[in-house]
Design a binder for this molecule. Sequence first.
Ligand code: SAM
Length: 448
Amino acid sequence: MIQINPREVAAEAMVQILAEGAYNNTALRRLLRQNGAMSQQDRAFVTEIVNGTLRNIYYVDYVIDQFSNTKLSKIKPWLLAVLRTAVYQMLFMDVPDNAACNEAVKLATARGYQSLSGFVNGVLRAIGRGKEEIKLPEKGTAEYLSVVYSHPLWLVKMWVAYYGYEKTEALCQADNEAPDVTIRVNTLKTDAETLAKQLEEKGITVRQGSLWKDALHLSRTADLGRLAEFQEGLFHVQDESSQTAVAVLAPQKGEKILDLCAAPGGKTFTMAERMENSGEIHAGDIYEHKAELIADGAQRLGISIVKTSVRDASVEDASAIGAYDRVLADVPCSGLGLLRKKPDIRLKKDGSEIDALVGIQRQILEQAAKYVKDGGVLVYSTCTLSRKENEKNVEWFLQNHESYRLEDLGQYLPESLAAEGEKGYITLFPQSHHTDGFFIARLRKKGM
Ligand SMILES: C[S@@+](CC[C@H](N)C(=O)[O-])C[C@H]1O[C@@H](n2cnc3c(N)ncnc32)[C@H](O)[C@@H]1O
C-alpha cells in the first residue's frame, strides 16, 4: 500500500500557496481531496501545520534567518517549505526536534535534494539547540510586534497609528488564534437548538453564538460540506460579524433589497432567512462563477426570493434608480480583518493596494446611493481594519451626498454593543468582539 506522508502534503501546500500564489484554503482543500486516503488524524495534522506555519510565518522566517548562512530568498521553494514547516513543528507543536529534523531531511532527499540535505539538517539542528536564546527586536517597538506576532511591519505600523500599541498587540495576538467555524442556522428550515443537538450527536462541539442566537460555533468539525445537515440546507457558514451587517441592514418581509457585491452569498442568504423568504433580493457580483455560487447556495437553503446577476457595481444601472428599500454595499476590500481565517493575507498584501481599493469602493458607493428609495437605508460594510477604506470613505460619502445621514445602530445590535453603534458605524475586532475584523455603517436617505 502507498503511504501518504502528511508532512510532504503540508510542504506541497506551502509551495503552492507561497511560491505559486494559490489561496491557502483552496490549496489545502484540493490537496486533502487528492490525498483522500489519509486518516482523519493526518488530515488534521496537515491542516495545523499549514495554517500554523502561515500564521507564524514572519517569526518562523526570522528564526530561520538567524540560524542559516543562506538568505531566505536564495533557498529553493521546496527546501524553504520543508524548513518552514519543520521549524513550526519544533517551535509551536509537540513534535520532538529530532523527529521534525529527520523527517525534513527525508523530504529534502525524496525530491532530489540529497546534496542539500546537510544544509536542512544543519539549520534545523542549530535551531533545536538555540531556540531558547532567539534574539528578538526591542520590546515596545513595531518591529517587536511584527516578529513576535508575525504580522507585516507596514500593517503593525498602520494599526499602531490607528489604535495605539496595546490594542494593536491584543489584535495581533487574537489574529494568531485558530478560529472555530461559525454557522448561521437556516431559520426557514430549523432552529438553533434542534440543529445544535443534531450536530452534537455527530461528535461536533457546538457553542452558542456570542452575539446572535442563530449563530453556532463549531469545533472538532470534519469536512462540513459532507454533513447531511449541510446538504439539506440547514445552515450556511458565516461569521457573526457578517450576521451583524445583515442585522444592521434589517431587511423586512416583503421588501425589495439590492445586494451589490453579493458572492458567495452569505449575507444574501441571511437576509432572505430574516425576511422569511418573502419579498425580493437582487444579488449581483462582477464574476460569473461567483454569481453561480449564490444561486447554488440559495437553492440548497430553499430560498426562492433571490435573483442573481453578473454586474459591475461601479457602473450605473439606470433601471435600478430609486427602486430599493435597502441596499447593501459589502465592497471588495483589503481583508485585513480576516487574518485569523486567511493567514496567507499577511504575506500577500503590502498595503499598496489600499488606495486603489478606496477608489473602487467610492465608485460603488456612488452608484449604491442612487438605488435607495427616499427614506430607505444604505449599509456600507467591509471585512477590513483600515481607516481609509472604512471611516474615511463614510466621511467622503457624507460630504458628497447631502441626502444621506448616519443613523444610530444601537437598536440593531445586541445590547452589549448598542453604545458602540451610536455614531452610526461600528468596528468589530477579533480580540474584543471575537469576530472577524469588520466595519459596518448605516446610512439613511432623507424621505420626500
Ligand atoms: C466582500 S466580498 C462579498 C461577500 C458577500 N457579500 C457575502 O456575504 O458572501 C466582495 C465581492 O465583491 C465582488 N466584486 C468585486 N468587484 C466588484 C464590482 N466592481 N462589482 C460587483 N462586485 C464586485 C467580488 O467578486 C466579491 O465576491
